[in-house]
Design a protein around this ligand. Sequence first.
Ligand SMILES: CC(C)(COP(=O)(O)OP(=O)(O)OC[C@H]1O[C@@H](n2cnc3c(N)ncnc32)[C@H](O)[C@@H]1OP(=O)(O)O)[C@@H](O)C(=O)NCCC(=O)NCCS
Length: 326
Amino acid sequence: MSASATHLPAFTRPTNLRPFDVRRDLLAVADLVELCFAPTLDSDGYQYIRQMRQAARAGHWLASPPASLEAPLMGMVWVEDGVLVGNLSLIPQYLGSRTRYLIANVAVHPDYRGHGIASQLTRAALEDVRNRGRAETWLQVDQTNATAIELYTRLGFVEKVRRTSWRGWPQTAAEALAPSLRIRKRVDADWAMQKAWLDAMYPADVRWHLPLKTSTLRPGWQASLQRLFGDPRSMHWSATQDKHLRAVLSWQSSTLEADRLWLAADPHDAQPPLADLLAAASRQLRRERKLALNYPAGLAAEAIQAAGFSALRTLIWMRYPWEVSA
Ligand SMILES: CC(C)(COP(=O)(O)OP(=O)(O)OC[C@H]1O[C@@H](n2cnc3c(N)ncnc32)[C@H](O)[C@@H]1OP(=O)(O)O)[C@@H](O)C(=O)NCCC(=O)NCCS
């Protein structure tokens, strides 16, 4: 990508575009997001919209901002004849001395599409971030959403990773274990390898938004202590083959629709023994709780499907390359 490709030309804000005002706009944004994302919303998505509406009705912003990091408190809206028809949320994540932004909830009312509203909202958001010191800026877009991919690419965003969100249920293995494969509870000695594999499968660039804190998965008393302070509960199983560690599966409780699984395996292992690990895990998991697994797109897909999972969506994670922009 050349520097000129990401140069943000001078941008005059159209009069229809103004900053998002949480007191005034939140209900209308909830309605717009629901309308525009209806075909892809899952129960967590609907819960998010309900939270927006509850927060808007409660109206006590300054006293008690919403617990969710995702709640839109910043961004831009587009107004036509007094009606809010476009939105973009800018979600900050504070990391000590620096901030990272996620662009989300980019939505334009169907009657107003194709006139450059989303492009201008995104341009304005980038300009805001540039004025705040060019903080790291990310967005996620479904790999089937050609219009949005084209729009963001044209503005200079660059694809960094593709990740698939899988959903499944605890279930017993359909097939017998390979003769030399053994499943057991994870032991402390597995952690170094598990941590290295987790770092490869869930690199820092994606971990922050999954969200995965590897410290909550490590064995030992520190992790147990953290759980006393509200970290999720976790359980772990290891697969060994010919006495070598092959993969480690971690389960973590969640308040969302599905509990989380984190699969640590060699990135070159196209067939990690997920079905076998899950069969062992299923004895301790609640059958009625769905399971969510996020994994690099295209990797181990066959093994994940064989363990009874279906792909919910594959998201492209794009970043704005400030480092090469003018
Ligand atoms: C994706 C979405 C936000 C785009 O909004 P939009 O305001 O229509 O976007 P823009 O008008 O800026 O750009 C869209 C298209 O219109 C074209 N366009 C822009 N200005 C135009 C104009 N003046 N006349 C005609 N076409 C124009 C753009 O070139 C682009 O064309 P393309 O689809 O061939 O690439 C909208 O379709 C939407 O709300 N979708 C559902 C929610 C969603 O998917 N959000 C994105 C999540 S990452």
